[in-house]
Design a protein around this ligand. Sequence first.
Ligand code: BG6
Ligand code: MG
Length: 216
Amino acid sequence: ELEAVVFDLDGVLTDTAEYHYQAWKQLADELGIPFDRDFNEELKGLGRMDSLDRILEKGGKSFSEEEKRRLADRKNGHYRKRIQRISPEDLLPGMGRLLRELKENGIRIALASASKNARTVIRQLKIESFFDTIVDAAHVSKGKPDPEIFLTAAEQLGVPRTNCAAVEDAEAGIRAIREADMFAVGVGTETAMKGADWIVSDTSKLTLQELKRRFR
Ligand code: BG6
Ligand code: MG
């Protein structure tokens, strides 16, 4: 029986996946490394350093650890500029309603985000009080596609993993959910979300009623 829902943040609750893309694109342009939306799909859900490593590898560039830290900081600056004006209106369609439905029905709610900016974004969206627990990059040692972040969320909620559903928009995220033995909900195209137990083309289709019906 469904007892908890674990949410990814970027691209699921709000469209910050677009801002991550723009910020990486800006950094890649500065470095003269080709970067497009296709390649960006592979980066979704990965941590900041993992993403940078993939981009540098693609560009055939190598930098010292110190230089890489500076590049990662620079990307984060590009990103933070873009998230400054996020407000409750930036919740993706249906997500405010879904969070309320879950609360009203006593289903526990967790956040599992690879982003170190997750708290800032959640506060700006004014949805912090919905979450029974927030697990972010600071709490885990292995990033998605490793299941650690989802398993940590279930553990902190005190809910068996098989009674959890998790919502993701990234390939790496869907893999992590499946490894965690949870019910995987993918937001996106059939191709990108392949492997998910339930795929929706956009967040407006995510209702508690439908989720309960599909939950194994
Ligand atoms: C994930 C995003 O949620 O967080 C990635 O899907 C991003 O695109 C990662 O790189 C890390 O975010 P941040 O804010 O710590 O750089
Ligand atoms: Mg995401």
